[in-house]
Design a binder for this molecule. Structure first.
Ligand code: ADP
Ligand code: ASP
Ligand code: MG
Length: 421
């Protein structure tokens, strides 16, 4: 069997934990598997590097990536060395050495392709490949003979991106499975660090996991789930803190919906903090206005999430409300300011410290009243809903961040997700 094993920051937080990780790898090697490993930076390291770029006021995204990608270089070298000390043949691989080719959207690059050839040879020779997660190389494959834009530059995939490195590598190597080792023993009905009653799910569909991830459950990087779904990579989320000697796997398998026998109506609850709400009051109510508002925001790299347009009583003016992440609020307001006159905006209201709470489940497709129950429960707690958005398998509400935890706990109990006491 060919395996990709990924270890996150807390799993390689210190040398002792790296030894534990090496023992997990040793178990799979001893079982005769071909193993490629993807590692994150040691816990806290990427945050430290990001802070340095802030203090140095680095604005060039290429240099930002050069700095923040450095954490993974340390962990792959340490882990490869520790494996060697245990008599296991291993070597480290940086993104560009593999090579992992990415788009040039620096700090949020997407993997375009992976040259799997050299790693295939390594694996066939029974050497463990320890690959740096989170990073790749952008620009011309030839090394950029035709100018700066084409030059190969270190790129990073966005925070939490090592999961995506692992899944992309599993797809490129046609691995039988991709194991994501982390600090919890699987995907839970909601963040187990916030709600102790959360239950581990034995299985969850790619689609539900994709919603959970994109709606705030940081256990997997959203793009990693997208890739796993597209390339049919079976993903197993499991704990690196479990004993490496243990053969019985406890974890969560992320797989096709059809492979899951029974579906709950709601499988999980996700939440995202740090949301901000912007309302444009008195906007001209005429065709094309939404495009003229959201076009410049997209060009300004502002990610707009929930959108509501109110009906206008006189068909002349209307209000439009939308949400952005708090980090992007200033940029969003700058863009709006620049287009204020052109759009005929009366005034702009903003509200910070909002949270988005979402219920997710494929079972919703065939059940009525799921959203209604959510609104009833929040109403009973006196929690005001600012914006609602729905899709086939999720309902999201925007509420004041102060009530996020209460809302998640209440909904978790209401949809029968609490573990038996
Ligand atoms: P790693 O460093 O291994 O990538 P992360 O911190 O990125 O780990 O992700 C694991 C964390 O995700 C857990 O510690 C947990 O707090 C959080 N989390 C949020 N939602 C969930 C969920 N539904 N199931 C499991 N973990 C979750
Ligand atoms: N080290 C990177 C981060 O902290 C990538 C990852 O851990 O997945 O965001
Ligand atoms: Mg992570």
């Amino acid at each position: 069997m060919r395996l990709v094993m990924k270890f996150g920051g807390t799993s390689v937080a210190d040398i002792e934990r790296m030894h534990n990780v090496a023992n997990h790898i040793a178990r799979e090697v001893a079982a005769g598997h071909e193993v490629a490993v993807v590692v994150s930076a040691m816990a806290g390291e990427t945050n430290r590097l990001v802070n340095l770029t802030r203090r140095a006021q680095i604005t060039d995204k290429h240099e930002y990536d050069v700095v923040v990608a450095a954490g993974e270089q340390v962990s792959i070298g340490l882990l490869a060395g520790i494996l060697q000390s245990k008599g296991i043949a291993a070597r480290s691989w940086l993104g560009w050495q593999v090579a992992v080719h990415t788009s040039d959207a620096h700090s949020a690059a997407r993997i375009r392709s992976i040259d799997a050839g050299r790693l295939q040879t390594e694996l066939a020779a029974k050497r463990v490949a320890i690959v740096a997660g989170f990073q790749g190389v952008s620009g011309g494959v030839s090394g950029g003979v035709s100018g700066e834009d084409e030059a190969m530059r270190v790129s990073t995939l966005g925070r939490g991106g090592s999961d995506t490195s692992a899944v992309a590598l599993a797809a490129a190597l046609a691995a039988d499975r991709c194991d994501i080792y982390t600090d919890v023993d699987g995907v839970y009905t909601t963040d187990p660090n916030m709600v102790p009653q959360a239950k581990r799910l034995a299985q969850i569909s790619y689609e539900e996991m994709l919603e959970m991830a994109s709606l705030g459950a940081r256990v997997l990087h959203t793009r990693s789930v997208e890739l796993a779904m597209a390339h049919h990579v079976p993903l197993l989320v499991r704990s690196s803190f479990a004993s490496p000697a243990e053969d019985d796997i406890i974890g969560t398998l992320i797989c096709d919906e059809d492979d899951i026998m029974e579906h709950e109506i709601v499988s999980g609850i996700a939440y995202a903090q740090n949301e901000a709400k912007i309302t444009l009051l008195g906007v001209d109510d005429k065709p094309g206005i939404a495009a003229r508002i959201f076009g410049p925001l997209a060009q300004g790299h502002v990610n707009v999430d929930m959108i509501v347009q109110n009906i206008s009583p006189d068909s002349k003016k209307t209000d439009i409300t939308f949400t952005v992440s708090q980090d992007e609020l200033t940029r969003a307001l700058e863009v709006i300011k620049a287009h204020e006159k052109d759009l005929g905006i009366g005034s702009v209201n903003t509200a910070e410290n909002m949270a988005k709470v979402s219920i997710i489940g494929v079972g919703m497709r065939s059940h009525a009243g799921v959203a209604q129950k959510m609104f009833d429960e929040l109403g009973a707690e006196n929690i005001n809903i600012h914006v609602i958005s729905t899709s086939e398998i999720k309902v999201s509400v925007l509420i004041d961040a102060d009530y996020a935890e209460l809302a998640v706990r209440r909904l978790h109990a209401a949809y029968g997700l609490d573990a038996p006491a």
